[in-house]
Design a protein around this ligand. Structure first.
Ligand code: GDP
Ligand code: MG
Length: 616
């Protein structure tokens, strides 16, 4: 094989791989990104219905495998890739929609094309733009990608929608307007070239004629006494590429099963013995057309090598960073798996701590609880109601019992204070809960932000569950500790405070007057206000100590030992369970495999292209 042959083969292989990997930038919808496929040249056959398109393709391939005949036969685009194999190898065909099934009987290939067409369109005369992909591997073909398209028509026939003429036109156009598309414009010689649909469309999309090959079929069907020399010698229609005349099998030949070898021989004889075309015989016929195309393709590819190389390099870069992002496949031995799991946990832990310590947002919300929510909740406690004159009287009298207090209502004070302290339980628990929710939210966030974890949904879920469980334990501990602070306030009152209270008894000298005073409103109001300032003092203390206990029990613990339990559990796991933790998202695994395949392909392509460009 020459280097050029191998290069075209390579282009073909890349195109095939692009197709298999779904990178096909064809007319089947979807965003048509400038994929490698589009950077690579291909050959599309265009022409009016029954002009002989499928017949030309077949003779280029040298095999009978396409449905042919009158009326609309080709109803979906057929992307046909020819791969030259080594001499002596068996020929076979393969469809993209039937991977791993090798067709060696080409009659079955034809049947499958028909069936696959019907699968999409039903047994109708309708068309579909979804291409059928077929590869042929043979020592007898040249490396080429050919696209067979439905024939251009002028009117809808029975069973076709009114838009069919336009639909076909659009579909064909979507292929041939790509600058990398080489147009094989087929016109039948038994019609006036001025009416050729193929030439009309080719003119429009390739005005300079640099990528259009004019092919004249049915030379054998021309009226006696006429010839097509004006066209074949370029006088009727100027193109930059030479015109090629073809004689395909007639419908009668097809019906008689005239084989390809006989058909080619007949075509050669036709030109060699034709009084009109004998002087052009070595530049006519399907074999010549195949060589011409292959040669043209070579020059196109040569010119495109820099573009292709840079696209390949760019794609490799993209794929490499994608692979980086997707991560390496998971190790198989359990030691390495355990190591991976711990690494992942640590990565999560780092991010979680950054949220708390700053660097990432969220930790500040805990301070806001202490600075804002807690004081506000404390302020809102209903001490006014609790220390209303009425309630003070009631509590104090009840505490006194049948014997009213003589000097100060010791019991009354205690009960009023205990009652008030009870109110602190609410904000205390609310603070613990609020801190808990912030921590939980930060765990959730951190799990999401740990890039490395993204591949492992199982580990993600289990790690999060373990962290939530730990936070739950910390909350319980924190709740108990904080409530204990409140209880402590209730169990021993600050003596100092009461000692400093002004003694109301020794005011006047009259004990009787002061006795009366003791049961007046002023007396109870004073008690209320004393209790209120005591509670105020306690509130100040708790405002400071509740945050301390929440940080000590929840935040500090979360930083220190959030995953401790999880580590112990993981450490006890056996090989299989460890592997399970590292189960990956199946779609991601698939994606990585695809990526790896593409990368391999593109790297091989780069190497081959490099070697070809150097050997020039
Ligand atoms: P398509 O619709 O353009 O794909 O055309 P086909 O390849 O299906 O051919 C349409 C009909 O024209 C078939 O019956 C072919 O046998 C016949 N045909 C095509 N090319 C030639 C030719 O060069 N000579 C003769 N005699 N018949 C041809
Ligand atoms: Mg056809």
């Amino acid at each position: 094989m020459t280097t050029m042959e191998s290069l075209i083969g390579l282009v073909n292989r890349i195109q095939r791989a692009c197709t298999v990997l779904g990178d096909f930038g064809g007319a089947d919808g979807g965003p048509t990104l400038p994929t490698l496929w589009e950077e690579l040249p291909s050959v599309a056959v265009v022409g009016g219905q029954s002009s002989g398109k499928s017949s030309v393709l077949e003779s280029i391939v040298g095999r009978d495998f396409l449905p042919r005949g009158s009326g609309i036969v080709t109803r979906r685009p057929l992307v046909l890739q020819l791969h030259k194999t080594e001499e002596g190898r068996q020929e076979y065909a393969e469809f993209l929609h039937l991977p791993r099934r090798r067709f060696t009987d080409f009659a079955l290939v034809r049947k499958e094309i028909q069936d696959e067409t019907d699968r999409m369109t039903g047994k109708t005369k309708q068309i579909s733009p979804v291409p059928i992909h077929l590869s042929i591997y043979s020592p007898n073909v040249v490396n080429l990608t050919l696209i067979d398209l439905p024939g251009l028509t002028k009117v809808a026939v029975e069973g076709q929608p009114d838009t069919i003429v336009e639909d076909i036109d659009n579909m064909v156009r979507s292929y041939v307007e790509k600058p990398n598309c080489i147009i094989l414009a087929i016109s039948p010689a038994n019609q006036d070239i001025a009416t050729s649909d193929a030439m009309k469309l080719a003119r429009e999309v390739d005005p300079t004629g640099e990528r259009t090959f004019g092919v004249l079929t049915k030379l054998d069907l021309m009226d006696q006494g006429t010839n097509a020399l004006d066209v074949l010698e370029g006088r009727s229609f100027r193109l930059q590429q030479p015109w090629v005349g073809i004689v395909n099998r007639s419908q009668a030949d097809i019906n008689r099963n005239v084989d390809m070898i006989a058909a080619r021989r007949k075509e050669r004889e036709y030109f060699a013995t034709s009084p009109d075309y004998a002087h052009l015989a070595d530049k006519m016929g399907s074999e010549y057309l195949a060589k011409l195309l292959s040669r043209h393709l070579e020059s196109v590819i040569r010119a495109r090598i820099p573009g292709i190389t840079s696209l390949i390099n760019k794609t490799i870069d993209e794929l490499e960073s994608e692979m980086e992002h997707l991560g390496r496949p998971v190790a198989v031995d359990s030691g390495a798996q355990l190591y991976t799991i711990l690494e992942l946990c640590r990565a999560f832990d780092r991010i979680f701590k950054e949220h708390l310590d700053g660097g990432r947002p969220g930790g500040d919300r805990i301070y806001r609880i202490f600075d804002n929510q807690l004081p506000a909740a404390l302020r809102k406690l209903p001490f006014d109601r609790h220390l209303s004159l009425q309630n003070v009287k009631k509590v104090v009298s009840e505490a006194d019992g049948y014997q009213p207090h003589l000097i100060a209502p010791e019991q009354g004070y205690r009960r009023l204070i205990e009652g008030a302290l009870n109110y602190f339980r609410g904000p205390t628990e609310a603070t613990t809960d609020a801190v808990h929710h912030v921590l939980k939210e930060l765990v959730r966030k951190s799990v999401g932000e740990t890039e490395e974890l993204r591949r492992f949904p199982t580990l993600q879920a289990e790690l999060a569950a373990a962290a939530y469980e730990a936070l739950e334990r910390f909350r319980e501990d924190s709740r108990k500790t904080a409530l204990r602070l409140v209880d402590m306030e209730a169990s021993y009152l600050t003596v100092e405070f009461f000692r400093k209270l002004p003694q109301e008894v020794e005011k006047g000298g009259n004990p009787a007057a002061s006795t009366i005073d003791r049961y007046s409103e002023g007396h109870f109001r004073r008690i209320g206000s004393n209790v209120s300032s005591y509670i105020g003092m306690v509130s100040e203390t708790l405002k400071n100590s509740i945050p301390k206990s929440a940080v000590y029990c929840q935040v500090r613990e979360a930083k220190r030992s959030l995953l401790d339990h999880f580590y112990t559990q993981v450490g006890k796991k056996e090989g299989k369970e460890l592997a399970k933790l590292l189960d990956e998202d199946p779609s991601l695994m698939e994606h990585r495999q695809q990526c790896a395949k593409k990368l391999e392909l593109y790297r091989a392509a780069r190497e081959e292209i490099d070697s070809v460009s150097w050997s020039r």
